[in-house]
Design a protein around this ligand. Structure first.
Ligand SMILES: Cc1cc2nc3c(=O)[nH]c(=O)nc-3n(C[C@H](O)[C@H](O)[C@H](O)COP(=O)(O)OP(=O)(O)OC[C@H]3O[C@@H](n4cnc5c(N)ncnc54)[C@H](O)[C@@H]3O)c2cc1C
Ligand code: FES
Length: 259
């Protein structure tokens, strides 16, 4: 884990509430793995006090890409940051996706800004020669972030792009039955989507990892503010920042998570 001051090289505003930041952070870029995140200080000074967790969307040479959706004060400051600014980043943090293993096809499901860690993951899987199928969902076309992904299948709730419906509808209607070979699922997005996918993968008997975007305080195991209820012989709580953000879907107690 490194704490660095990273220069903002580029801030591409790809919508009124979405931007793609490119930051020069060689120490983190050299160590980052798909599924990991950085904790970003959105501004100098004490406000906002806590760093904001952001998935590492991609690593390109010595720079990191972060995809940011504006939801509050911290993400608004990141959206407004201008090239040349320095942002304090702590990372890489958290447990990454498991890309090794006994599967022939990786099926990636992204919902909204949950696409962020899948870009890095898709690139790594393809680099390793894996077959990859990516499904993306959003409420409407303007919230779809397709760039940097290779030919994703698309669904929108309002039907403005791709299939009208969810990524699960897309899976059931367009893809299920067409994929040959042992699958592993990877997903990131809203909790309701992840829970529905977890049930589907359990019913199908497919291995499945989810990246949770549980609200966090510190990002490295101190504040206990990111607990996730887990199943097992002895049900317990795990810290999303240390044991996650990537969990096995069947390990998460979705009923106790509260949607
Ligand atoms: C591991 C991880 C990876 C993440 N990756 C990304 C990413 O790649 N891109 C991205 O845009 N966001 C990502 N998030 C979510 C992001 O961290 C929050 O949106 C951000 O911290 C909100 O900060 P804010 O100051 O703008 O909002 P605040 O002013 O703190 O809050 C505004 C509103 O957003 C809600 N909120 C805050 N945090 C979250 C959260 N984690 N999930 C849902 N609602 C929340 C608050 O309850 C409040 O209603 C990630 C979160 C985690 C834990
Ligand atoms: S965010 Fe502080 S312990 Fe996980």
């Amino acid at each position: 884990m490194r704490d660095v001051s990273a220069r903002l090289l580029e801030n591409e505003r790809i919508g009124p509430r979405l931007c793609l930041l490119r930051l020069e952070a060689p120490e983190i870029a050299a160590r980052a793995l798909p599924g990991q995140f950085v904790a970003v200080r959105a501004a100098e000074g004490f406000f906002p006090l806590l760093r904001r967790p952001m998935s590492i969307c991609a690593v390109e040479d010595s720079s990191l890409l972060l995809l940011v959706k504006v939801v509050g004060v911290g993400t608004r400051l990141l959206y407004e940051a201008e090239p040349g600014a320095h942002l304090h980043l702590l990372g890489p943090l958290g447990r990454p996706f498991e890309v090794e293993g006994d599967f022939e096809v990786a099926v990636l499901f992204g919902g909204g800004v949950g696409v962020a860690p899948l870009v890095f993951l898709e690139r790594e899987l393809r680099r390793r020669g894996r077959r990859v199928c990516t499904l993306l969902g959003a409420r409407t076309a303007s919230e779809l972030v397709l760039r940097h992904l290779e030919d994703p299948f698309v669904a929108t709730e309002d039907g403005s792009a791709g299939l009208r419906g969810t990524v699960l509808d897309l899976w059931r209607i367009r893809l299920q039955g067409h994929i040959r070979g042992r699958m592993k699922w990877f997903s990131c997005g809203p909790l309701a989507m992840l829970r529905a996918l977890a049930w589907e993968s359990q019913a199908g008997g497919w291995e499945h990892e989810v990246a949770l975007e549980t609200p966090m305080g510190c990002g490295f195991g101190v504040c206990q503010g990111c607990v996730v209820p887990l199943r097992g012989p002895r049900p317990r709580y795990g810290l999303a920042c240390m044991e996650g953000p990537v969990f096995k879907a069947q390990e998460v107690n979705w009923d106790a998570l509260g949607l």
